[in-house]
Write a protein that binds this ligand. Structure first.
Ligand SMILES: *[C@@H]1O[C@H](CO)[C@@H](O)[C@H](O)[C@H]1NC(C)=O
Ligand SMILES: *[C@@H]1O[C@H](CO)[C@@H](O)[C@H](O)[C@H]1NC(C)=O
Ligand SMILES: *[C@@H]1O[C@H](CO)[C@@H](O)[C@H](O)[C@H]1NC(C)=O
Ligand SMILES: *[C@@H]1O[C@H](CO)[C@@H](O)[C@H](O)[C@H]1NC(C)=O
Ligand SMILES: *[C@@H]1O[C@H](CO)[C@@H](O)[C@H](O)[C@H]1NC(C)=O
Ligand SMILES: *[C@@H]1O[C@H](CO)[C@@H](O)[C@H](O)[C@H]1NC(C)=O
Ligand SMILES: *[C@@H]1O[C@H](CO)[C@@H](O)[C@H](O)[C@H]1NC(C)=O
Ligand SMILES: *[C@@H]1O[C@H](CO)[C@@H](O)[C@H](O)[C@H]1NC(C)=O
Ligand SMILES: *[C@@H]1O[C@H](CO)[C@@H](O)[C@H](O)[C@H]1NC(C)=O
Ligand SMILES: *[C@@H]1O[C@H](CO)[C@@H](O)[C@H](O)[C@H]1NC(C)=O
Ligand SMILES: *[C@@H]1O[C@H](CO)[C@@H](O)[C@H](O)[C@H]1NC(C)=O
Length: 839
């Protein structure tokens, strides 16, 4: 795996674990759905507090009790995400959180309304329902006013959170004086309406509550989505068949199975007036995401929130048609972002804001200045369109008029010219602030479009003589620099060669007990110039070869730029480890920068080919599978407990388990950690192994050999069920093997896990289930509750039995994949044993 890859996997993992680990660790329940006047609540632990494993905390003030225990329910109170110094006063959906009833439920509260988006408050902030009926949020008692409902003098009598999730202030006649439904933030819950004049406004970004530029509102003839600018730019439009002369305000109402658009207190008159939604199986909410997507979420039976529908895609809206998909000035092409470039010129007018994250957009190299309109020019982008088609410049029906109109008006930052068959009868769309652009294929969308972006030429660039001088100067400088670099390089290469010659003679095969040393030429010969590739891994490629009569596998290490001495020391270590269940190192080669390892050849290849049914192999019988499991256990046991230095493998997975012709299994790729380049190994130290096989403690605590035992548990489960642990071809609820195992274990349906390809497996049901229990012991979340490898061997030999009270709440570090992530939230774990590396 390349460092880049590792990085990517790792980022995903951090997020995953944060998301998954949101399990309540404390909490009692004192449920009052309503509160009376003259009550003050202080935001501290005195309130009914629930802290989730990820550090997010809710402090409920009014709370509806759920219909049945495991149903989600609404509450209003304080909410924070880690590091929990900033709180918002919000309405949220709580999922069951009772410490006495540990649930499979591990999802934090979902905020559906928020009072103080732009101004968070701290610990000890107060919320008061005053004597005169105002609901007031202050920073500390009598501190700065942050928010108020503005209802003093409206004879409010009490506050209540309704069954639907509406926070209501009722007056003395029991009428609504104020309700949170009238002030929506970024979400709608069933029963809630968005009325004409209200806005559903997305977060500025996924990491801040503050309202962003994207919002949705209802007009008399439909639903519209905008990005704020002057004037607002339209990106989403759902029109209804409405009689334009109607003057009543319109609303959309979110109900079970539809988003209906209709007039005050009338039913939709036309089927087109409602956007169909999937029928609700459980609690739902709709949220406008910071990227402009409008998504429907539902609480699923597996105990998590899942996105069931992206409404914006139904409308339908292409992924590239969102205003911020590629940031300002970014061009979206099939989901990829790039900066605008003129095809016939080499000058760059735009550069990415961050080279590593193209989706953040681009910025003009020279800002556009209204003082220098004479040096404005238009950059031509053919086959590019702009999402906002609402600002049309009239009297500019052809391309030239359109371009001129933009050059003449400084608030115009770009125009998109859109036309059908006749390009002297098109539409000129003016853009005052440039968000993302979109590549189009004219034959598909049935129109043509070119975008013209205004750019500012620098005065010098427009002056030809100065330009020439500059070119000459640059060329001269470049020539001198090149020369100097060449000289330095020549000196370096010479020195290096001398050093290497010296190095070559040093400590040549003086180490006792070493595997055979081969020359590079010899290995090239025996692998027929590296022609038969067996496989490829992060450390390099593996080739088949023959030394004398013996077949071998030659691994050519990449990124092995370390000194020869370290390499030899490492080879000595690996070479000294000999065990029937570990792939044997026969020899090695180190010449110049080449580093190769020669291993015994394993004719039946890796285990994955035999258990995932991708290679038309017949299913293995139960006896063979047992033998393989035993072999792996013995190999690992040796590494952990029997050899001179304790070695953690850190990348146990079927691809690293090889089979000889009699299906004897051997572990490969142990002890390689130090063979790779130091820079790379730093990354590797942070996060190592393969997603899906990683133990939960990778992100939380000390890494010990117990992570191998977890991975072993995953592999055993795969062997038994005859499938990969993450298999996206499976139905959604069973993509993750470990989650499936958890569910089946809890419902006492372990039989369902057995590989159905093999009758032999089915007929050994009882034994297979015993094996599954062993696997579950190895999968315990708490690494100290996992058995040691020697205990595993004993269980397999029948000399010991599996611990009785297993915790079935094991989770796979990959069970939720989220797109956001922040590497810096994680620091490298301390390492307790010698770590070896992944393929
Ligand atoms: C609010 O007042 C009513 C009537 O005075 C009382 O029955 C109720 O218990 C009070 N509620 C709370 C939460 O104190
Ligand atoms: C909150 O108030 C408590 C009690 O008055 C006090 O002990 C604590 O230091 C306060 N915390 C903060 C962050 O102000
Ligand atoms: C207020 O009205 C609701 C229904 O509209 C009713 O359920 C509730 O009991 C009433 N409360 C009081 C205090 O009258
Ligand atoms: C809004 O921001 C908060 C705070 O970071 C975050 O928890 C939430 O998921 C965000 N919501 C959206 C729709 O991005
Ligand atoms: C629209 O409504 C007006 C009055 O409400 C009515 O006179 C007119 O016929 C309607 N038009 C259509 C096309 O339904
Ligand atoms: C939504 O409607 C369907 C069909 O009427 C019903 O089966 C389902 O229980 C409803 N869901 C909720 C959450 O009320
Ligand atoms: C690039 O081509 C466009 C039209 O094809 C032309 O208007 C523009 O001047 C050209 N730009 C340069 C730098 O040659
Ligand atoms: C624009 O699209 C048309 C039709 O697909 C194609 O012929 C033309 O080459 C494209 N122009 C550019 C500059 O890519
Ligand atoms: C310049 O463009 C802006 C925005 O499109 C428009 O509101 C304004 O009327 C234009 N000014 C002139 C002089 O055309
Ligand atoms: C294109 O449109 C212009 C303006 O409407 C019209 O004068 C011209 O005849 C049209 N050309 C063709 C080929 O349709
Ligand atoms: C594309 O435009 C042509 C000519 O205007 C029309 O005949 C055809 O139906 C259109 N196709 C689509 C998919 O809109």
């Amino acid at each position: 795996m390349s460092p880049g890859n590792l990085f990517a996997d790792f980022t995903v993992l951090v997020v995953v674990v944060l998301a998954v680990a949101a399990r309540p660790v404390s909490g009692q329940r004192s449920v009052y759905p309503s509160a009376n006047l003259s009550t003050l609540w202080v935001n501290n632990k005195v309130l009914d507090t629930v802290t989730y494993d990820d550090g997010s905390t809710v402090r409920a003030i009014v709370h509806r009790s759920p219909q049945t225990f495991s149903d989600p329910s609404f509450a209003a109170g304080f909410f924070c995400t880690p590091p929990c110094q900033e709180f918002i006063f919000a309405v949220f959906i709580l999922t069951a959180t009772d410490a006495q009833n540990p649930l499979p439920v591990i999802t934090m509260a979902q905020v559906v309304w928020c009072a103080n988006r732009a101004n968070s408050v701290g610990e000890n902030a107060t919320l008061e329902l005053t004597g005169d009926g105002d609901l007031v949020l202050r920073e500390k008692a009598n501190g700065r006013l942050i928010w108020s409902s503005g209802t003093s003098g409206r004879s409010v009598r009490r506050m209540e959170i309704t069954e639907q999730g509406n926070l209501v202030l009722f007056d003395q006649r029991n009428a609504t004086a104020w309700q949170s439904f009238d002030h929506p933030t970024d979400a709608l819950v069933p029963g809630q309406s968005l009325l004409q004049g209200m806005k559903l406004r997305a977060n500025a970004s996924a990491t801040t509550w503050t309202g962003g530029k994207i919002y949705i509102s209802v007009l008399h003839d439909g639903v519209y989505g905008y990005v704020e600018s002057t004037p607002p730019q339209l990106y989403l439009k759902y029109e209804v068949s409405r009689n334009m002369s109607q003057r009543d305000p319109t609303r959309i109402t979110f109900t079970n199975s539809s988003l209906s658009i209709f007039l005050q207190s009338t039913q939709p008159r036309n089927p087109d007036d409602s956007i169909p939604l999937p029928e609700a199986k459980s609690t739902q909410y709709i949220r406008l995401e910071s990227d402009g997507h409008l998504k429907l979420y539902e609480w699923s039976t597996q105990g998590k929130w899942t996105m069931v529908l992206d409404l914006t895609k139904q409308l339908p809206l292409d992924d590239c048609a969102f205003p911020t998909v590629c940031g300002g000035y970014g061009i979206c092409t099939g989901g990829q972002c790039s900066c605008p470039l003129e095809s016939n010129s080499s000058s760059r007018y735009f550069q990415p804001i961050d080279y590593r994250r193209q989706s953040l957009g681009c910025a003009p190299v020279t800002p556009i200045s209204c003082q220098e309109m004479k040096t404005h020019q238009l950059l031509t982008l053919t086959n590019v369109s702009y999402f906002d088609k609402s600002q049309i410049i009239m009297n500019a029906k052809n391309r030239d008029d359109c371009k001129q109109a933009c050059l003449k008006n400084c608030s115009c930052k770009a125009v998109a010219f859109r036309y059908g068959q006749n390009d002297s009868n098109g539409e000129c769309q003016s853009v005052t602030e440039v968000f993302s652009l979109q590549s189009i294929q004219p034959e598909k969308v049935n129109y043509s479009s070119s975008a013209y972006l205004k750019v500012q030429l620098t005065p010098s660039a427009s002056d030809p003589t100065q330009n020439k001088k500059k070119t000459i100067l640059t060329a001269t400088l470049a020539a001198i620099t090149t020369l100097v670099l060449l000289v330095i390089a020549a000196i370096y290469v010479r020195r290096r060669r001398k050093y290497q010659e010296l190095d070559e003679e040093l400590d040549f095969d003086t180490l006792p007990g070493m595997p055979t040393r081969f020359s590079f030429e010899k290995l090239r010969e025996c692998t027929e110039d590296f022609s038969k590739k067996l496989g490829e891994g992060g450390f390099g490629s593996v080739f088949e070869g023959k030394i004398g009569e013996e077949s071998v596998a030659v691994k050519r290490l990449e990124g092995a730029r370390q000194g020869k001495k370290e390499f030899l020391a490492e080879v000595e270590t690996i070479g000294s480890i000999e065990h029937i269940n570990l792939v044997r190192l026969i020899g090695f080669c180190t010449e110049k920068s080449n580093r190769l390892l020669v291993y015994e050849y394993m004719p039946r290849g890796s285990l994955d080919k035999w258990i995932y049914y991708r290679h038309n192999n017949a299913p293995l019988d139960w006896c063979t599978r047992c033998k393989i499991i035993m072999d792996i256990a013995k190999g690992l046991c040796y590494l952990h407990e029997e050899c001179r230095r304790k070695i953690a493998h850190l990348d146990i997975k079927p691809q690293n388990i090889l089979l000889d012709e009699n299906f004897n299994a051997k572990l490969a790729d142990f002890g390689l950690s130090k063979l790779i380049d130091r820079d790379q190994s730093k990354v590797v130290t942070v996060m190592r192994g393969t997603p899906g096989y990683l133990a939960p403690e990778w992100l939380t605590s000390k890494i010990t050999e117990k992570v191998d035992i977890y991975s072993f548990g995953v592999v055993v489960t795969e062997i038994i069920s005859g499938r990969k642990n993450i298999d996206i071809s499976q139905p959604e609820e069973s993509v993750q093997l470990i989650n499936l195992l958890r569910e089946k274990a809890q419902n006492d349906q372990l039989i369902d896990m057995i590989d159905k390809h093999s009758n032999d497996m089915v007929s050994h049901q009882e034994e297979v289930i015993q094996m599954m229990k062993l696997a579950m012991w190895c999968l315990q979340n708490d690494s100290s509750r996992r058995p040691s490898m020697s205990m595993v061997v004993k269980v397999l030999e029948g000399a010991m039995s599996v611990e009785n009270c297993l915790d079935y709440s094991f989770f796979n570090a990959n069970s939720v994949i989220s797109a956001q992530g922040n590497l810096s939230t994680y620091s490298a774990p301390p390492q307790a044993s010698i770590l070896s590396g992944p393929r």
